[in-house]
Design a protein around this ligand. Sequence first.
Ligand code: IMP
Ligand code: MG
Length: 200
Amino acid sequence: MVARSCVESELEAIPVEYRDQLDEVVVSEQDIHYKIAELGAQITGDYQGKQPILIGVLKGASVFLADLSRKIHLPLRFDFIAVSSYGSATKTSGIVRILKDLDHEIEDQDVIVVEDIIDSGLTLNYLLRYLRARRPRSVEVCALFYKEGRQRVEIPVKYEGFRIGPEFVVGYGLDYQERFRNLPFLAVLADHPETRNARR
Ligand code: IMP
Ligand code: MG
């Protein structure tokens, strides 16, 4: 039950409707904010003299991109791309449908792809190929959560937040059926096949 692993302020942030659907908090709000400050500082240092474009993968990465961008002290731009949601087709084939394309050209630009979580890696693998075909000067990946040992393809993640277990997690942008994105921390969704599999 989520209550045991929460500090009081976190517990207050959980709508009552969500409470009995969550197991423990995996990464606290405070730890997320410290990590984002670190990632922002690293990116600020690495991109001195450049003006990168942050490309957020909708919708999950929107919360992370909003916070991360304010820890990067450089002139920069936002863009967003939306891909077909997590489903059995993506899981097996790695074929992803672009639902919303970029608004801007990225040719000769320094691109940082901002992703909430990498699980199989198939979505990002597809996206990276798609972006590289547009001839950016550079492409790096910044992912807040990385499910350890689940990747079916190698993803070069230059900026990595937290390594986590295989349970299905929600919060900080991550959803289950479009809900839970507004939780300020990352928690395990109790009643989900991936959580049950992980705990068998
Ligand atoms: P991948 O293609 O398997 O790496 O999956 C990537 C996408 O699946 C992520 O961008 C998320 O939107 C979604 N996803 C993967 N694992 C989780 C999870 O535990 N909770 C919520 N969404 C997830
Ligand atoms: Mg996503």
